[in-house]
Design a protein around this ligand. Structure first.
Ligand code: ADP
Ligand code: MG
Length: 133
């Protein structure tokens, strides 16, 4: 997880993304990875989880897929209700929702596993290399 975060930060730094945006995406990524480890561990750890980041110029989309049991039925409905601010659980998904522009939770058909993807419109630092593209 630290590696994924560092790679993401590095890529966005190189691309000249506004640090506030990079930070939000990193926090969201950390929560998604924490969930993949905590809830998506699966039994035998034969496959951990996969992080994919798409930097497509105007927005960044990040996908975290694990090989666990997937979201339990009702999670998404539960997430539709706002979690209590002091609740011990259920903050991760809310945080991702707050920090990203769009969030999508799904279970992989077939072998199972959860897929969380989220995206955010990027802003650029002054003089960023990709700004003019
Ligand atoms: N990768 C995942 N695989 C299966 N279930 C998940 C996954 N991520 C989240 N969940 C479910 O969604 C719930 C809410 O997640 P979250 O908001 O991060 O709270 P917490 O991790 O504190 O339980 C979890 O308790 C779990 O039931
Ligand atoms: Mg969590």
């Amino acid at each position: 997880m630290p590696l994924a975060r560092r790679l993401l930060l590095g890529a966005m730094e190189t691309a000249g993304v506004d640090p506030d945006i990079s930070f939000d995406l990193c926090v969201a990524l950390s929560e998604a990875c924490a969930n993949a480890v905590e809830h998506g561990g699966g039994g035998d750890c034969s496959e951990a989880y996969r992080v994919t980041a798409y930097l497509d110029g105007e927005k960044c989309r990040i996908e975290v897929a694990d090989a666990g049991t997937g979201f339990p039925a009702g999670t998404r409905r539960a997430q539709a209700r706002a979690a209590h601010a002091d609740a011990e659980h259920g903050r991760g998904l809310c945080l991702i929702r707050e920090l990203a522009d769009h969030v999508h939770f799904a279970n992989k058909p077939g072998r199972g596993g959860a897929v969380v993807s989220f995206d955010k419109i990027l802003k650029w630092r002054e003089g960023a290399p990709l700004m003019a593209v």
